[in-house]
Design a protein around this ligand. Structure first.
Ligand SMILES: *[C@@H]1O[C@H](CO)[C@@H](O)[C@H](O)[C@H]1NC(C)=O
Ligand SMILES: *[C@@H]1O[C@H](CO)[C@@H](O)[C@H](O)[C@H]1NC(C)=O
Ligand SMILES: *[C@@H]1O[C@H](CO)[C@@H](O)[C@H](O)[C@H]1NC(C)=O
Length: 272
């Protein structure tokens, strides 16, 4: 019941699992660890997850919408710190421990903002020519809404699927990567339907781990979702072909994922 309500975006009843306090100061096991979070006063209503130790590399951009479209941008902090530690700037909708709701338009505002800031000041090493939109559950629907934005290269759907315009997936012209919680995930049928509906020739990937709708976001470093999420951002944002092999070879299956994909040979990302 709680998961159902989360998915339909009643954030008030969708309280995130308690954040592991030992990770509040930073986390993640990637090469640019720790991933930390902070806010920038020029981008109200958002939280930035950054690798603390990345002055030597370019940072592409991942947008994130929280479960329940909650405005608490720390609800999935261990997972997002993990992704940041692998060398991406995460722009999460909402504020640390924030209350209320976020919108798809807010996610778009994050794109507008980083397009202005990238290459200057504190964002000198940000590469805003590489932007992926993603989110969990209701946040995934916010991410889907960015698919028609030419500045966004691909979409990451975490335990989600279209709720209103359910046939829109037939029009998707961009790669979509689905990470779902298996048949007990309340969003399972919707994600499966969207994956199946996408037009032939458009790259797509779907992994299911039988953990249900809640995922593993608040486990240490985001648990198994953090493992596959780190490989995914290295692939889709940093162009790391070795990292992609985790998702497409036996490795993800060995970790418990059921995987299908199509047309990934057409998905090319140059190394950053
Ligand atoms: C950054 O990474 C280098 C090399 O791995 C390490 O020696 C250094 O301690 C790190 N700095 C911080 C602030 O984590
Ligand atoms: C679904 O419809 C809503 C409302 O019209 C729109 O904002 C959103 O962009 C649509 N999403 C997709 C993926 O078509
Ligand atoms: C690419 O990914 C692999 C596997 O995750 C990692 O071992 C390697 O260091 C990465 N390469 C770069 C250049 O980041």
């Amino acid at each position: 019941m709680k998961a159902t309500l989360c998915f339909v975006a009643l954030a008030a009843v969708c309280t995130a699992a308690p954040l592991e306090t030992r990770q509040a100061a930073g986390g993640g096991d990637g090469p640019y660890k720790p991933g930390t979070y902070s806010q920038d006063s020029s981008l109200t209503g958002h939280t930035l997850y950054k690798p603390a130790n990345a002055s030597s590399t370019k940072l592409p951009v991942l947008l994130w919408g929280n479960g329940g479209c909650s405005a608490d941008a720390t609800g999935q902090a261990p997972f997002l710190q993990q992704l940041a530690s692998y060398g991406v700037l995460v722009i999460a909708s909402g504020t640390p421990k924030g209350s209320g709701q976020t919108t798809a338009a807010q996610m778009t505002a994050g794109i507008d903002w980083i397009k202005q800031k990238a290459g200057t000041g504190a964002y000198a090493n940000v590469d805003a020519s590489r932007i992926v939109a993603s989110g969990w559950s209701c946040g995934g629907i916010e991410a889907y809404a960015q698919i028609y934005d030419s500045r966004v290269s691909s979409i990451g759907i975490w335990s989600s699927g279209l709720l209103n315009n359910q046939t829109a997936a037939k029009t998707f012209g961009k790669p979509v990567f689905f990470f779902m919680g298996g048949s007990s995930d309340i969003a399972y049928a919707n994600g499966e339907r969207d994956y199946a509906a996408m037009p032939a020739g458009v790259p797509k990937y779907k992994g299911n781990l039988p953990v249900g709708h809640g995922g593993t976001y608040t486990d240490v470093n985001g648990g198994k979702f953090g493992v596959i999420g780190a490989k995914w951002v290295q692939w889709v944002l940093r162009g790391n072909a070795t990292a992609s092999e985790y998702l497409t070879s036996q490795a993800a299956k060995t970790d418990g994922w059921s995987v299908v994909s199509a047309d990934l040979d057409k998905f090319k990302v140059a190394p950053i």
